[in-house]
Design a protein around this ligand. Structure first.
Ligand code: N7H
Length: 483
């Protein structure tokens, strides 16, 4: 069985959060840092700790007690540069991690400028600097998180003459208010579909795919790179952080200007349908594969049903009448599209566990009126996997950015034959242009899969920073990162 006391809590359980602060740091004094780590490690929330916290939250709700359980949970993660700084030279066998996200940004398709051979992504200044690690604190309210973060900063002497780390930058995420608390800024319910991890998630929901722990945790059953990795990497996981800004008024304007025209649909319903077909779910979370033409909020909210689907009329027959190939959830997890005969491609190694949080204010009436973003908002995207090469990096580059995927995808059984006249197009949510070109998606009109719709020049999601990290096990923190 997995040792839940040894695995950081965000990976398997997810830190419970209404708000979360990511504190990016550089190590400025290695010896002092390792000494400070000894004091810090007891603060790190484990997956076993998360299981207990979740029980406490359930009990609180069961007893109908007012407010939230006061809580602040801490995790820590290191970049490749951070490992180097600490003199840890083992190869973790992941080239995206070793390269670092700033240098990977061109391949990911992030906007930026090229000078000779050097590409500089159009990121916020702090993310263009070297970052050694990130300490993140999640909790029920700002006061709980501040208090915890202050304790942690005190341990590392931040801002004093005996500091062992210095702040590069910090960013704060907050779930959205009231009714939309579980929804991301475009308005869609999020956090519905993550894979269940064997030996941790005992009762997967119907339709929730179970994967071996080694697809998320290094050196566990399923990790294809296990043999190449040092012993201390066991039960650690790679954390991908992306600072993603969302152009919400522009997204809304695009939907309003391009309603899908179908008999019996009002203009407004046509716009909602376009949004649902771009994402693959209605704002309520209801999958369009199950309810293609009309939202079903009860279905969206029902965890027993809202993930229980495959892209039934399989790709081989080329069907995108219910869900376009380019829909965000089909691009990033094509379910049975590549599985089963004749292709038999196993995509368990492409699964990631997503743990993001929203940042920024609600859209103001001025922005709504101007159809233009004036205030930064979006998603602090975080995901875990035992390989960034096979997980985030691959999904972004080879699936979301690739207009032909999944139609011309090359699988272990060879390429999938192209479908007559249909190029699926970009993932309109996260697909990036990669050096220009027209961004199109097909299949938005259920009655005509060959109609293409052209997306505006300006992407709806804009990356403004990020880094790749590794979240070591508790025993690794003690033996390799502390003294
Ligand atoms: Fe995505 N969105 O609001 O449109 N995502 N995502 N994502 N995403 C999902 O199923 C969104 C991003 C995945 O298992 C839902 O939980 C936004 C990146 C994967 O069926 C919604 C942004 C990557 C899934 C969104 C964003 C992914 C998924 C449905 C950026 C990886 C699960 C809710 C601002 C490269 C698919 C749910 C499955 C679901 C949105 C980013 C991947 C609503 C706004 C960068 C694997």
């Amino acid at each position: 069985p997995l040792d839940l006391n040894n695995i950081q809590g965000d990976i398997l359980g997810g830190l419970p959060k209404k708000t979360e602060t990511y504190f990016f740091f550089d190590v400025t004094n290695v010896d002092r840092f390792k000494a400070n780590m000894t004091q810090f490690i007891p603060h790190v929330k484990t997956s076993a700790g998360i299981v207990k916290d979740r029980e406490a939250i359930k009990e609180h709700k069961r007893q109908k007690r007012p407010g939230l359980v006061p809580m602040a949970a801490v995790n820590v993660s290191f970049s490749h540069l951070g490992l180097q700084k600490l003199g840890i030279t083992d190869d973790l066998s992941d080239s995206s991690f070793t390269t670092g996200q700033r240098k990977d940004a061109e391949v990911l398709g992030d906007p930026g400028t090229k000078n000779g051979d050097t590409f500089t992504p159009a990121w916020e200044a702090p993310f263009l600097k070297d970052i050694h690690g990130v300490i993140f604190v999640a909790g029920d309210c700002h006061a709980s998180v501040h208090k915890k973060l202050d304790e942690i900063k005190h341990i590392f002497g931040v801002g004093t003459s005996h500091a062992s780390i210095s702040e590069v930058t910090h960013v704060r995420g907050d779930v959205r208010p009231g009714q939309v608390s579980a929804h991301e800024h475009f308005g869609f319910l999020d956090g519905i579909s993550n894979p269940a991890v064997d030996q941790f998630d005992q009762n997967p929901f119907p339709g929730q795919d179970s994967i071996r722990p080694g697809f998320i945790l290094a050196k566990e059953n399923g990790d294809s790179r296990a043999a190449a990795r040092p012993d201390w990497a066991k039960d650690g996981s790679f954390l991908t952080f992306r600072y993603l800004f969302q152009m919400v008024p522009e997204f809304d304007d695009f939907l309003e200007s391009n309603p899908i025209v179908l008999p019996g649909l009002s203009r407004k319903e046509g716009s909602e349908l376009l949004g649902a077909r771009i994402v693959g779910r209605w704002k309520s979370g209801a999958p369009i594969e199950i309810t293609p033409l009309k939202d079903d909020p009860k279905l969206g909210a029902d965890a027993q049903r809202n993930n229980n689907f495959d892209f039934g009329d399989s790709l081989v027959r080329g069907d995108q009448t219910k869900c376009p190939f380019a829909a965000h959830i089909r691009k990033t997890y094509p379910r049975n599209d590549l599985e089963g005969p004749p292709l038999n491609a196993d995509i368990d190694n492409r699964r990631i566990i997503r743990r993001g949080i929203q940042f920024g204010p609600e859209v103001t009436s001025q922005e709504h009126h101007d159809k233009k973003t004036h205030h930064g908002r979006g998603l602090l995207f975080v995901c875990y996997s035992s390989s960034i090469d096979d997980g985030f990096h691959f999904i972004q580059q080879s699936w979301a950015n690739a207009p032909n995927f999944p139609v011309n995808a090359v699988t272990s059984a060879g390429p999938i034959p192209p479908l007559d006249g249909v190029i699926p197009g970009f993932d309109a949510i996260i697909g990036q242009k990669v050096g220009g070109g027209i961004r199109q998606i097909s299949g938005t009109n259920p009655n005509d899969p060959t109609t293409n719709i052209t997306l505006p020049d300006q992407d709806f999601v804009i990356p403004r920073g990020g880094e790749y990290f590794f979240s070591p096990s508790i025993s690794a923190l003690k033996t390799k990162f502390a003294a």
